[in-house]
Write a protein that binds this ligand. Sequence first.
Ligand code: PLP
Length: 471
Amino acid sequence: MTKQNEFRDVAQRALEHAVAWRTDGPKLPAIPPATRDQLRARFDIGLPEKGLAGTEVIEALVSAAQDGLATNTHSNFYSWVQGSSHPVGVAADILTSAWGQNAAIYQTAPAAAIAEEIAAKWLLELLHLPAECSLAFSTGATMASFICLSAARSEVLRQAGYDLEQNGLSGAPAVTVLLGDEAHATIFADLKYLGFGERNLVRIAVDDQGRMLAADLAKKLALVAGPKIVITQAGHINSGAFDPFPEIIAASKLAGAWVHVDGAFGLWARAVPTLAPMAAGLEAADSWTTDGHKWLQVPYDSGFAIVRHAEAHRRAMDVTASYLTKHADDGRNPSHFGPELSRRSRGFAVWAVLQALGRQGVQEMVARHCRCAQHLAQRLRDVAGIRVLNQVVLNQLAIAFGEESESAEIRAQLTASVIQAIREENLNFVLGANWRNQPILRISVISLYTDIPDMDILADSILRAWKAVRS
Ligand SMILES: *Cc1c(COP(=O)(O)O)cnc(C)c1O
């Protein structure tokens, strides 16, 4: 076998399996059947002295992984906010791997750099954000917020007369971060990576939907001197709720703070005219995070860091070395905007998914998922003992079981038992979460093809589970 043929053979074999997974997937049980020990035994077949033939390796990989694959590419997956890897995005991703471009700089990967430039322009258009923003392609929202908050830290210090890149963090004026008490867990991780500890954070009170209280923010901003960053949220992980942006941003600007918006999935409301009012006003912020691999259905991994002040963005992230030839007329060099030098050319799949969905496709999908969430809420709302805890404004539902008159322990037990019973039916993939000191069944409607009939299957399963648990 020549080297040339080697790729054709393994690629064809892999593609056959990929197509089978996508076609058979919907018929598979929602929960992967393999146990941890089975998976270990299947993967741990020993490191061979001599390499094996490529097609043999692909066969071995498929048989090791098959029973341990989650079904988040299928429409019955409701746990976490996970997109389902749009077929066209996956196909573009296969090409991305085959082309093997390192997206560091224009000179070594020209098409990758320009694909990012154009996809970035389209993303800003879809999200109705200022065209002059710079945009980084990250692994996800966690790293996108890390990038945005790096730019924020550099800029608020610069405005306080301190050059962070020159002088470093020790000895810098204290920066205070103000954020909602129910900010996403990854925001707290980002702040830790950036050198902020609990004592540098001011937590702002939230209402029963997890929305930041603008009055509490205004009050606390007035008590803080020095450089400040305010972190808000478009799309609360449990309720889907949006912070009151106009009030928050007005108060923050008055206090000279940088405003960052974590809109990992919620930012996509801006692409849909009927939903956009909830996310109105956030265009006045300084930076925004959203995911490609959640609502946009880009294959993993894909996130976007969007920064109004391109200079601050670059100052915080740029990598310089003599061999990184960057010409003034190159346009975008991806490594100006993210923490990685060598990385996957993430722009190709984003470009392809945006082409495949189009503006209308994005609108239709996001609106449909929100309609699905409403439909499910409707099916459950009037059933005795089932409580939909959130106002269903987006695609998220937080559901608890048991009457309000029952003790917290009993309700917790009932909710856990219902989740267990739904999982035993194995028609839908669900998991629990905790919100406001109680266990919940959290449903995220986010898979590409999920529609009303899927909601009825899920609602029936929840109702059967509740009936069985209650009796
Ligand atoms: C999912 C999510 C994140 C983290 O995103 P990753 O893509 O998993 O890194 C951050 N914030 C919110 C609100 C999210 O829903």
